[in-house]
Ligand binder design. Structure first.
Ligand SMILES: Nc1ncnc2c1ncn2[C@@H]1O[C@H](COP(=O)(O)OP(=O)(O)OP(=O)(O)O)[C@@H](O)[C@H]1O
Length: 264
């Protein structure tokens, strides 16, 4: 359902700062695929998500969703079928608006209507149901300003806002990295639940190789804008963190002191 063909993205082309961020990358995702994306700093992971979401356009190559060419479709025209959660809990939600206003806005993006004056009681009931399914105790705080929520609560809300509209593609950009281990685990569990509940086609960037191995049905490793290793479900189930480090070394001829080199 998502096809990336020979994607190329170069920053500052023709200048001394020229940097090839994505280098002839091709990738096809089937409906319901959940791909974890790992790679060293500057490997091109965020650029890849930015190109899929229309924040950036590629210099070359083609992006198709459900066989429709969307390569140069602007970001705002993709927002009704792409959900995205960022690393920064402050991103993706409006801090001065309440939980219910944020949810209504997210819904409005898809239902093609803006924020109405107030939220109907039927809608409030729906919001409460959605929130309680996430087990973060936000269902009785619909009128709380989002800026007052903890990082974990905000990430849960962002994840809900990115998924309750059942987007065609869900993009997760290190969305648990800024959280303490207990909260990160909770968001990880919610992510697994919501992705499987809606059978969402998902790309998740992470620096946590354990997480990359335990989540999803496919894994890709990137370096220098290329996919240097790809594992399907069966292969992934057999892999260890050490295997991933070996693959990285094999592909790049680099020696790593420890997994931090790939993780961070
Ligand atoms: N807007 C930009 N302008 C110029 N260079 C950029 C821009 N965005 C990314 N780059 C460069 O492109 C390369 C890939 O960056 P990208 O952020 O995609 O890597 P990443 O794999 O997400 O890294 P990290 O794990 O550190 O977040 C890097 O060298 C980066 O400096």
């Amino acid at each position: 359902m998502l096809q990336l063909q020979q994607i190329e993205k170069v920053f500052y082309e023709g200048t001394p700062d020229e940097k090839t961020a994505i280098n002839g990358l091709s990738l096809t995702l089937e409906e319901g695929d959940f791909v974890t994306v790992i790679g060293s700093n500057g490997a091109g992971k965020s650029t890849l998500l930015n190109i899929i979401s229309g924040v950036l356009f590629p210099d070359q190559g083609l992006i198709a969703v459900d066989d429709k060419n969307v390569t140069f479709l602007p970001e705002h025209k993709r927002s009704n079928w792409i959900g995205r959660v960022f690393q920064d809990p402050m991103a993706g939600t409006a801090p001065n608006m309440s939980i219910e206003e944020n949810l209504a806005l997210a819904l409005g993006r898809v239902e093609r209507r803006g924020l109405r004056k107030g939220v109907s009681s039927k809608r409030k009931k729906q919001f409460k149901e959605w929130l309680s399914s996430f087990n973060v105790k936000l269902e009785d705080r619909l009128n709380t300003r989002v800026g007052l929520l903890s990082g974990g609560e905000r990430q849960a809300l962002s994840l809900l806002m990115a998924t309750f509209t059942e987007p065609r593609i869900l993009l997760l950009d290190e969305h648990t990295a800024a959280l303490d281990p207990a909260r990160a685990e909770h968001i990880t569990n919610i992510t697994n639940d919501v992705v499987s509940k809606h059978n969402l086609t998902t790309l998740m960037v992470t620096h946590d190789m354990e997480q990359a191995l335990s989540m999803g049905n496919r894994l890709i490793m990137m370096d220098d804008g290329e996919i240097i290793f790809h594992a399907n479900k069966e292969e992934k189930d057999q892999l260890t963190v050490e295997d991933l480090m070996n693959e990285f070394q094999k592909a790049k001829g680099k020696t790593m002191a420890n997994d931090k080199a790939l993780l961070k």
